[in-house]
Design a protein around this ligand. Structure first.
Ligand SMILES: Cc1cc2nc3c(=O)[nH]c(=O)nc-3n(C[C@H](O)[C@H](O)[C@H](O)COP(=O)(O)O)c2cc1C
Length: 475
């Protein structure tokens, strides 16, 4: 008798054992998304806020939670508020915050891994703790270009400047920082790490011929451009063997108009990762902060769907952006690890179809996990809701006209993503998401917040000056 075909809910609810032995209870992965909640000077995991934010994701029944990117070098953040793994992170009191974070995120049985990153030349001045005259780092000294007008060039040169080409000591230093990140994650109790090799950050700067014009062993040809990633995978594996999970996030290309990373070369890079026997899963995503058609942090495609697509025998449901590339990866011979596909998923049918048609094994949920943090339990894995009802809300950001009106592209194009940072901060403050907030509304809220905090600082100073500060009043 032929086996019964699984329903879309059953397809998503299937557990998956990774090569390291870690068992994921289902196929839905909360994507890495930087929370922008950590504060200077140490940028440790902010426990109260993470209790609220990761507590919600922990309750939601994901198969895996990947943290937002954690920077490995306190001098180079990708945005203010990134968590940082610094040289003191292994010592008390810092390691206690890391342990608590691992506990909160995994409190209901979902495993959690930490994404480790270095932004390279995409580190804006003022976001990290580096002297004003210290340049960003890059495999070669290739400045970022977002927009063609003189105002664009001025803004980018003020924010990012011209990067320094990394020398071998810089590369060795970064490798040590990444290894320390893995060590901290392991000691804290996380189940593994993911190396961020996508979206135009340092590792993808090494992988792309546009930013890697080196002539030494770390560049020169496709093999050389892959050398840093190979070194990291090998050395981290040596130090953190299974059952510790080691994952890599990669792009399906870097979307540069000329001289960038082609899909064919990206496929060769993935080929090594999926056949080397040291990596537990590869996440495939897309986008590049510098790409000509979009702006900083834009890793999203454009299409949107208004209702859940129907499952039919003959047609493929392609709501995800990078399905074609994922299919090329899954067809690679001798593939030893599963593939996570991220970008654009909204319907239960579309997700299940991507798995049953072998485009991928795991489904990454980014913006949806912010706007509807409980979506696996409430909707996608809920048998009581029909496949037609199982559709996440659209990711439309209201007031995008404002971002188009701003004459500086690097500023204008990074406005829509603020909705998701804004909502992660709301979740961190114990509030529900507000998906309908417009760009103008967010700007107004931050003006009011700044005014309030400025006012309270001013009132506090006046009270202090009058000898009436809180501590003295209690006395
Ligand atoms: C607010 C926000 C922050 C993000 N931060 C990260 C990050 O830290 N690391 C990363 O690899 N991707 C990051 N991404 C990209 C997501 O992981 C994911 O690849 C992307 O959002 C596409 O998935 P989606 O269509 O489900 O949103 C971020 C996306 C958003 C919206």
């Amino acid at each position: 008798m032929a086996a019964r075909k699984l329903t879309p809910t059953e397809v998503l609810a299937q557990p998956l054992e990774l090569p390291c032995g870690l068992v994921l209870p289902n196929r839905l992965v909360k994507c890495p998304m930087q929370e922008t909640l950590a504060v200077a000077p140490f940028f440790d995991p902010p426990i109260e806020k993470f209790q609220n934010l990761y507590g919600q994701w922990a309750e939601a029944n994901y198969g895996l939670i990947i943290t937002g990117q954690v920077q490995i070098d306190i001098r180079f953040l990708s945005i203010a508020g990134d968590v940082v793994c610094h040289p003191d992170s292994l010592e008390p009191p810092h390691i206690e915050s890391w342990k608590r974070w691992a506990e909160i995120a995994q409190s209901k049985g979902t495993p959690c891994i930490v994404q480790l990153a270095h932004p390279g030349r995409m580190s804006p001045a003022g976001a990290g703790q580096r002297p004003a005259d210290m340049p960003t780092l890059c495999p070669s000294s290739v400045p970022v270009q977002v927009g063609d007008k003189w105002l664009d060039k001025l803004a980018v040169s003020k924010m990012l400047g011209t990067p320094k080409a990394m020398d071998l000591a810089d590369i060795d230093g970064a490798v040590e920082d990444w290894k320390r990140g893995a060590r901290v994650a392991k000691i804290a109790g996380f189940k593994g790490i993911q190396l961020h090799g996508a979206h135009g950050f340092l590792l993808s700067q090494f992988l792309s011929p546009h930013t890697n014009r080196r002539t030494d062993d770390y560049g020169g040809n496709p093999e050389g451009r892959l050398k840093l990633l190979k070194r990291l995978v090998t050395e981290i594996r040596e130090e953190c063997p299974p059952p510790f999970c080691l994952s890599v996030k990669l792009n399906s290309g870097d979307y540069m108009a000329e001289g960038g990373l082609s899909q064919d070369e990206a496929l060769e890079q993935v080929r090594w990762l999926v056949t080397c026997g040291m990596v537990d899963f590869v996440e495939i995503s897309g986008g590049n902060a510098e790409q000509k058609t979009s702006g900083l942090h834009n890793s999203f495609g454009k299409q949107t769907i208004s209702q859940a697509p129907q499952i039919r025998e003959s047609t493929r449901i392609r709501e995800a952006y990078y399905t074609e590339f994922a299919e090329r990866v899954t067809q690679l011979p001798n593939k030893k690890c599963p593939i996570q596909l991220s970008g654009g998923f909204r319907s239960r049918n579309g997700m299940a179809d991507a798995i049953t048609s072998s485009a991928c094994d795991l489904i990454g949920l980014g913006r949806t996990a912010v706007l509807e943090p409980d979506i696996p339990k409430r909707l996608l894995l809920n048998h009581a809701l029909s496949d037609e009802e199982a559709l996440a809300r659209p990711h439309i950001v209201k007031g995008q006209w404002l971002s188009n009106m701003i004459p500086i592209k690097v500023v204008g194009s990074s406005l829509p993503i603020q909705l998701f940072y804004f909502n992660m901060r709301r979740l961190g403050n114990g509030l529900q998401p507000d998906p309908d907030k417009s760009i103008l509304g967010m700007i107004w809220s931050s003006v009011v917040e700044t005014f309030h905090s400025g006012l309270s600082v001013a009132v506090h100073r006046v009270l202090e000056t009058c000898g009436l500060s809180k501590a003295q009043k209690v006395d």
